[in-house]
Design a protein around this ligand. Structure first.
Ligand SMILES: Cc1cc2nc3c(=O)[nH]c(=O)nc-3n(C[C@H](O)[C@H](O)[C@H](O)COP(=O)(O)OP(=O)(O)OC[C@H]3O[C@@H](n4cnc5c(N)ncnc54)[C@H](O)[C@@H]3O)c2cc1C
Length: 436
């Protein structure tokens, strides 16, 4: 590995991976450092939903608009990572039925294509929905395979000269004379230092911790969420309860034989030691079971949890459900750290957009162009020539970690582009399904 890069990206979640790709497309030399494995943080443990934005339309219109915009962009960019299953909002009691009109008009105001449908439609298409269903709205919610998306973006970044190291824990960000000059990281083979002119802090819920390693302060509100996996095909569409965001309000038909019910929201005390209690499972079974009663009979085979990196809109805000699902990009220049940018908050759905804003913020410091470099790309498989280039980069030590094996396997599969869209999801999504 070289000892100088223009910029180091910290954190291999969806934001860090897209920031790496974006920087590489702008011609910067970029190194991504991930303390564990790519997508081992929140991104690899999400609900798997490419939001239409409808979930946030009434309470958080900015986040809703960001979601629908990115829903369209990612659907064009990476169709092999997305299943267009569609989503229903279903009311099951008079209170929820009252939410029907405000939801519909908020969706329209946010530009979310939403259609009021006869409740017989979800009842016919979804035999497990309660007969008590009273009204329904159809929205373009989709399933997204986060690891596949990140992996595809990373492969493209590698074809543009990016480097990536898994198992590299960033210990310190060096700042001299008010300017970022390097980072120090520890890995199984020892401590190493990289000189650089810029750092993107994309450490998700750990953004505050990483900022402290540069002597800076970033407030992140860590909201842990629990999801339950039921080994059954309970629905064909994503099913949302017709009410403002709340515990146990979404069921996702994630993969064959796996429905994910979620989520809950509780302040995480220790980011690296998350507990899952029986009471979490109870809440999910109760709330999701009111719309799909068969869930209660089947129960969960597994529970999993991860942490949302949230930002508070107002000082003193404490309600985790009311906090915005939009994001913030912080330029730390004025705090004496030129070239240090933090990107925090948002959703898996909006990770590309967050990365783009972060890169546009750091670009003037690096003398690279601003603009939109990832909005119109297609994450197609590398050409044979590019695949050869990636193999050479691996040989030269520009890719470090178990990721290498995954890349070798996928490049072996690329024996003609037409196999890509068929094989990649089969191989990688299945693994995701197993891991969840
Ligand atoms: C339960 C739950 C369900 C969700 N479901 C959805 C959903 O269905 N759809 C949706 O759009 N959004 C969903 N979200 C939100 C979404 O998953 C997150 O907002 C998003 O994945 C955050 O991505 P990120 O890249 O910022 O953070 P992360 O994915 O957490 O990435 C940060 C990375 O930084 C690394 N890191 C930390 N410290 C260091 C260090 N010192 N050195 C090196 N690396 C470091 C971590 O290991 C991690 O991999 C969900 C969130 C939760 C909690």
């Amino acid at each position: 590995m070289r000892n100088y890069y223009d910029i180091v990206v910290i954190g291999g979640g969806i934001v860090g991976v897209f920031a790496t790709l974006d920087l590489a497309l702008r011609g910067a030399s970029v190194l991504l450092l991930e303390r564990r494995r790519i997508c081992s943080g929140t991104s690899g443990r999400s609900h798997g939903m490419l939001h239409s934005g409808a979930r946030y339309a009434t309470t958080d219109p900015k986040a809703a608009e960001e979601c629908i915009r990115e829903n369209r962009i990612l659907s064009e960019m990476a169709p092999h990572c997305i299943r267009d299953v569609g989503g229903f909002f279903v009311s099951v009691n008079p209170g929820e039925e009252e939410y029907h009109r405000p939801l519909l008009s908020s969706c329209r105001m946010a530009g979310i294509p939403s259609r009021e449908v006869d409740v017989d439609l979800p009842r016919t298409l979804e035999p497990h929905i309660t007969p008590n269903a009273r009204s329904a709205i159809l929205v373009p919610d989709k399933v997204v395979y986060a690891r596949d998306l990140a992996f595809s973006a990373l492969l493209m970044a590698l074809t543009r000269g990016a480097s990536v190291v898994e198992g590299a824990f960033v210990e310190r960000i060096q700042i001299e004379g008010g300017q970022v000059t390097g980072v120090e990281a520890s890995s199984p083979s020892g401590v190493f230092k990289i000189r650089c002119r810029g750092v993107v802090n994309a450490a998700g819920p750990w953004c505050g911790e990483v900022a402290r390693r540069a002597g800076l302060s970033v407030e992140v509100i860590p909201a842990a969420g629990v999801m339950g996996v039921a080994n059954a095909n309970l629905t064909r569409h994503i099913i949302n309860r017709m009410r403002p965001p709340s515990d146990g309000d979404i069921l996702v038909p994630y993969a064959a034989g796996a429905t994910i019910a979620g989520t809950t929201a509780k302040l995480a005390e220790d980011l690296d030691r998350l507990g899952v209690g029986e009471e979490d499972a109870e809440i999910l079974l109760q709330e999701c079971g009111e719309v799909v009663p068969a869930l209660r009979a089947i129960g969960f085979s597994r529970l999993c949890t991860s942490v949302r990196p949230l930002i508070a809109k107002n000082v003193g805000e404490t309600d985790l459900r009311e906090m915005t699902r939009s994001f913030e990009v912080i330029d730390h220049s004025e705090e004496g750290a030129r070239g240090f940018v933090t990107a925090v908050g948002g959703k898996l759905t909006t990770g590309r957009l967050i990365a783009e804003k972060a890169v546009n913020t750091i670009a003037p410091h690096l003398g690279i162009p601003t603009g939109s470099f990832t909005e119109k790309i297609r994450l197609d498989p590398p050409s044979r020539e590019e695949a050869k280039g990636i193999e050479e980069a691996i040989e030269a030590g520009e890719v470090v970690g178990p990721l290498k094996t995954m890349i070798h396997e996928s490049l072996e599969m690329i024996d003609g582009e037409r196999y890509w869209s068929l094989l990649l999801p089969l191989v990688f999504s299945k693994r995701v399904g197993e891991r969840l």
